[in-house]
Each structure stands twice: as structure tokens, then as C-alpha cells.
Design a protein around this ligand. Sequence first.
Ligand SMILES: Cc1cc2nc3c(=O)[nH]c(=O)nc-3n(C[C@H](O)[C@H](O)[C@H](O)COP(=O)(O)OP(=O)(O)OC[C@H]3O[C@@H](n4cnc5c(N)ncnc54)[C@H](O)[C@@H]3O)c2cc1C
Length: 257
Amino acid sequence: MLDAGLQDRFGNHPHVGEMRGRTFFRGIELVEDRSTKKPFDPGLKLHARIKSEAMAAVPTGGFFRSVPSLDSPDLQHHIVLYSNGGAAGKHGSTLHEFSGLSATTIMLRPESLGTVEVGSANPRDAPLIKSRYLEAEHDRVALMRGVRAVRKIMRQPALEPFVGDAIEPGADVVTDDDMIEYLRNFGNTGFHPTSTCCRGVDETAVVDPRLRLHGFEGLRVVDASVMPSITSGNTNAPTIMIAEKAADMIREDARIS
Ligand SMILES: Cc1cc2nc3c(=O)[nH]c(=O)nc-3n(C[C@H](O)[C@H](O)[C@H](O)COP(=O)(O)OP(=O)(O)OC[C@H]3O[C@@H](n4cnc5c(N)ncnc54)[C@H](O)[C@@H]3O)c2cc1C
């Protein structure tokens, strides 16, 4: 794939290799039972009711609008019944030894565009990936609003008996500047990169509507990279749908030719 022809194509198409990814923020709340002053372990209490293998990794979540006037939600929240740091978390990236929960925010429609470029003519060389998370102001503001919404949820009276102090971001993260600095240092990827080989008919498209690589015979791209823009939710199911549709198109084209 990295022969001279395709490298030219990468160079000629400004949108080739553009990547839409998600910035992910994992807030951590210390959880304690205020009646006993002992750490509360919601995971263990749940295990008492249901078998541990029946517990989902992410038992609850929801979609929110960063601005009420938006037509549809642009933020996704999850609550995970254990406490662990993100890849760059202040408290490490593994499961914490203290009881807690992690309340996360994912910004769904990022405007920041990353790039994936061919680094050399050797197909064994790694591509050059620049994610450029939080480059667009829109993304910084939306994610900041999401984190603030999570803080508000965690301070609701119904959770008061269980939820103690927030660990990340802590009480020292107050102003917009503090928050953005925090997100830059401790935000993480949402693992939903898409759109490096956009499907379409204009000069920026890499594959045509039937997912055939423009300018090449007998080569299609079938994966999350063909999405012209990132979906407003998780990417796995849409990728499976793309694959099923592609299988139908490949069979149809084989019958015609
Ligand atoms: C940690 C993590 C958690 C995620 N969680 C979720 C989630 O909860 N929900 C959700 O909807 N989505 C989730 N996603 C995203 C989802 O997995 C992807 O959107 C989806 O798998 C994309 O499918 P794909 O076919 O484009 O790529 P992939 O699933 O990555 O498939 C690419 C395939 O190509 C193979 N491959 C790579 N290089 C070569 C090579 N040189 N030769 C041959 N084969 C090769 C790989 O082994 C792999 O099987 C998660 C992703 C990650 C990384």
C-alpha cells in the first residue's frame, strides 16, 4: 500500500490521513460511606447481589448537550464502579488500591483534526500519527463543560451519602484555565479514531461510495477509516454495519462483472 502511487495520493489529498478522534476525560471521585466513615466499595456491594461476571465494566452512562440549544447531545458520560487513573493520571494508570468510582466525559463531535501520514516508502515503518486533541477551542470548551456537568452530578443530594471528595480533578482545579490545563495534562483518548480514508466523490475522498480506492482496481477499504465524519456515539457497531454493507456491495459487484 505504500508504493509510490499511493504516497502521491496521500500527498495530493489534504483530507487523506485526517483523523477524527475523541478526547476522553476520566474524573475520579473518592467514595466513602459517610455513616461509617469507612471506604464504600460499590463494586463489592454489587457483587453481593449479582455474580461478578454479570457486572458490566460500565454499568451506567448517558448523553448530554454541552449547550442546551444543540440539536443532539455532544457529550457522553460513563460511571465506572472502580477507581483507576487515565494513562497520564496523577494517581497512576492502574486500578487504585482505594475504593472509588470513575466518572468520565467523552466529547463526541470534535473539531480538532489529527493526521496520519506515511513516514517512508518502507511498509514496515510506523506511520506518523498526530492526534492534535484539544487543538480546536470548540473541543476544549465542550469537554470543560462536560467535566463540570459530571462534577454537578456527583454533588447531587442523592449521592451525598456515598461520594466523598473528588480526587481528579481536585478542588484546586477551579478556573477555565485550570481546567484546560488539567485536560491537556491528564485527558486521554476515547479510542474512537475514524475518517482517515473518507468515503465520497469530491477530490478529498479516498474511497468512492462503494468503498473502492479511487484510482486503483480491485482494492477497497472497509473499516472505521471510511466514515466521512465521526459518529456521535461509539464506533464499533457502526464499523460492523459498514462491513456488512461492504460485503453486500462486494457480492453485488461480483455478480455484475
Ligand atoms: C481500548 C479500546 C476500547 C474500545 N472500546 C469501545 C467500546 O466500548 N465501544 C465501541 O463501540 N468501540 C470501542 N472501541 C473502538 C472500536 O474497537 C473500533 O472503532 C473498531 O474496532 C474499529 O474497527 P476497524 O475494523 O476500523 O479496526 P480494528 O477493529 O482495529 O481492526 C483492524 C484489524 O486489522 C488488523 N491489522 C492491522 N495491521 C495489519 C496488517 N499489517 N496486516 C493484517 N492485519 C492487520 C488488526 O489486527 C485488526 O484485527 C474501542 C477501541 C479500543 C482500542
